[in-house]
Write a protein that binds this ligand. Structure first.
Ligand code: BTN
Length: 298
């Protein structure tokens, strides 16, 4: 991979030398730092297709075409966040690939709590939010498979680390947050990235050995979604209200429709948390639809 001559690194840039210096993992040993790229998911996917082994990590200081779920754009300003993707080649069935987003969210939640001392929550299916529902991290898993065999998964992770409120565009200031805002001061990116990678490796090894049970238990324990009134927006755009009552062993969110009737399993959807019975709210921080404005689901 041509990483070019490079721009000068900002003072706390998560360069391979700095990150590897305190990283006690066996899987994530090949790290690449790019001062600027389109999307780290695209860089890792190209490397995966060229045969790179699992464990490759590509980190960008700034992304010019960062993206989130459903084709939304993900703002990735220089110097303020962690924008990175890891390459995994898990020996699990392709239908379980979305669970890797919950696994990564659990690792981010734990790392933020441990390194910055702020209690944050996992919002099904791919976010980490503050206690009051502001989004600080999003995860995008992109998979390529051959029938029942996963060729690779790219796990893209975005964490708002040191944005002040005014760094967010006005239309998401109500719904976005950063680790630094929650901690009450700047947070060093390198130790946070080290903790995320270590946590990711530990959970991934457990998944390969024993399945997703422990990860799902952890997500249930730290869930922003369970017990909340939610609005479910299906992939086709259909929206309905209900209460999130369980996260099932296959990763589905079980939602009781507000109008009554049998609880429904939700596998792929946007879920907004209503404020009727919760202090939390939907927060698509740093996300805007392609071609213009930013999207929040509120
Ligand atoms: C979401 O909330 O919808 C997911 C956002 C994922 C953003 C990360 S930043 C690093 C990686 N590269 C991308 O283009 N996207 C992911």
């Amino acid at each position: 991979m041509d990483v070019g001559p490079g721009l000068p690194s900002p003072p706390d840039a998560p360069t391979p030398e700095r990150v590897l210096a305190g990283l006690d993992t066996a899987l994530f040993r090949q790290l690449v730092y790019l001062p600027e790229t389109g999307s780290t998911n695209d860089v890792v996917r190209a490397e995966a297709r060229a045969g790179a082994p699992e464990g490759l990590v590509v980190i960008a200081d700034r992304q010019t075409a960062g993206r989130g779920r459903r084709g939304r754009a993900w703002d990735s300003p220089a110097g303020l966040g962690l924008w990175f993707s890891v390459l995994l080649r898990p020996t699990v069935p392709p239908r379980q690939a979305p669970l890797l987003a919950l696994m990564a969210a659990a690792a981010v939640r734990d790392a933020v709590a441990a390194t910055a001392g702020v209690p944050v929550l996992v919002k099904w299916p791919n976010d980490v939010v503050s206690q009051d529902g502001r989004k600080l991290s999003g995860i995008l898993v992109e998979m390529e498979a051959d029938g029942d065999f996963i060729r690779h998964c790219v796990v893209g992770i975005g964490v708002n680390v040191n944005q002040a409120l005014e760094d967010f565009p006005p239309e998401v200031r109500e719904t976005a947050t950063s680790v630094g805002l929650l901690a009450g001061g700047p947070v060093a990116r390198v130790p946070l990235l080290q903790a995320i990678l270590a946590g990711l490796e530990a959970r991934y090894r457990r998944v390969l050995a024993d399945g997703f049970g422990a990860v799902l238990d952890e997500v249930r324990r730290h869930s922003a979604t369970l017990g909340r009134d939610v609005q479910v927006v299906e992939t086709g755009g259909q929206a309905w209200d209900g209460r999130a009552v369980a996260i099932l062993d296959d990763g589905a969110l079980l939602v009781e429709p507000a109008g009554g009737g049998e609880a429904r399993r939700v596998y792929a959807a946007d879920v907004s948390i209503r404020e009727t019975n919760a202090p939390t709210r939907e927060a698509n921080a740093s996300i805007r639809p392609p071609g213009g404005g930013r999207a929040t689901s509120r």
